[in-house]
Design a protein around this ligand. Structure first.
Ligand SMILES: Nc1ncnc2c1ncn2[C@@H]1O[C@H](COP(=O)(O)OP(=O)(O)O)[C@@H](O)[C@H]1O
Ligand SMILES: [Mg+2]
Length: 278
């Protein structure tokens, strides 16, 4: 259903040695993969590996230099109709929920942004209070939250609101870019449980970008490792421990060290260094 073919992206970089002129730095190299309908694909890679850039290409915000994105067989960047098709079927949840929600909007208006997308698509006005109530309910919040501003609720609650906004337009696919990374560990698990539940209930497909392997094993069916802008491995999560990929192995070892008695033998710097990979 969702497919990336040979995606290459580069950014303009001013030259240091000359006053005028510029070079280009390539960030994504021939990235190809597809996402199975109803599955959750995790995209894992260290900081700067090109995950968010790939996410922007995938959600229609950044036209690649080469390659194409296909959603249900329709090319996203080839025509306006392609972008419309994507807007109607794909929602995004970003890491920084504090800036992705307008601080002057009440919760009901934040969710209303997602409802507006659906109203445009269906060409009719929805019963907004009813919809907001149902959506709040769906993400585990009560109606009391509808009139609150972002600064009046916790980070976990605000991320639930952003999730409600994402599902409000009834998408087929949701892209999460580090969506739970700024939450504390306990809240992360609660939000991941919510995401699992919503995926089943609403028959959604997820693309879950993260630098954290633990959340991949908790939530995803398949995992794709991105290393310096290239796909280094793509395999089912159930086979992750058998990966031959060097980078993937490094990531796995850096996780294992926290779970075994090795921890005792590991100096603090060692732990920081290994933890830093994730
Ligand atoms: N708009 C941009 N202009 C120039 N360079 C960029 C831009 N966006 C990202 N980059 C560069 O592309 C690389 C990959 O960034 P990004 O996709 O954000 O990585 P990740 O999300 O994996 O941390 C980084 O080196 C970053 O500096
Ligand atoms: Mg990123």
């Amino acid at each position: 259903m969702l497919e990336l073919k040979g995606i290459c992206v580069s950014f303009r970089r001013e030259r240091q040695d000359k006053l005028f002129g510029h070079t280009r730095r390539q960030v994504l190299f021939d990235v190809s993969f597809s996402v199975r309908e109803g599955s959750c694909l995790g995209i894992l890679g260290e900081s700067g590996s090109g995950k968010s850039t790939m996410g922007r290409v995938l959600c229609g915000l950044l036209k690649p230099d080469r390659g194409e994105v296909l959603l249900d067989g329709v090319s996203v960047y080839a025509s306006r109709a392609g972008r419309k098709n994507l807007q109607n079927k794909l929602s995004v949840v970003f890491q920084d929920y504090t800036t992705s929600a307008n601080p002057r909007f009440q919760v009901k208006d934040i969710i209303g942004e997602g409802l507006a997308v659906r109203e445009r698509r269906e060409g009719r006005a929805l019963d907004r209070p009813k919809e907001v109530r149902e959506l709040l309910n769906l993400v585990g919040l009560s109606w009391e939250f509808a009139g609150r501003f972002p600064h009046e609720i916790s980070g976990g609650q605000l991320q639930r609101v952003c999730i409600a906004r994402a599902v409000a337009c009834r998408p087929e696919v949701i892209l999460f870019d580090e969506a739970i990374s700024s939450l504390d560990a306990h809240t992360q698990v609660q939000v991941m449980d919510l995401l699992r539940e919503l995926k089943e209930k609403l028959k959604l497909t997820y693309v879950f970008i993260t630098h954290d392997l633990t959340s991949i094993t908790y939530l995803c069916d398949d995992v794709l490792f991105l290393y310096q802008g290239r796909v280094s491995e793509h395999l089912p999560v159930s086979r992750i421990s058998g990966t031959k990929d060097e980078y993937a192995r490094k990531l796995l070892e850096s996780i294992v060290v926290f779970d075994t008695e090795d921890r005792e033998d590991c100096g603090e710097n060692d732990l920081l260094e290994k933890g830093g990979i994730l």
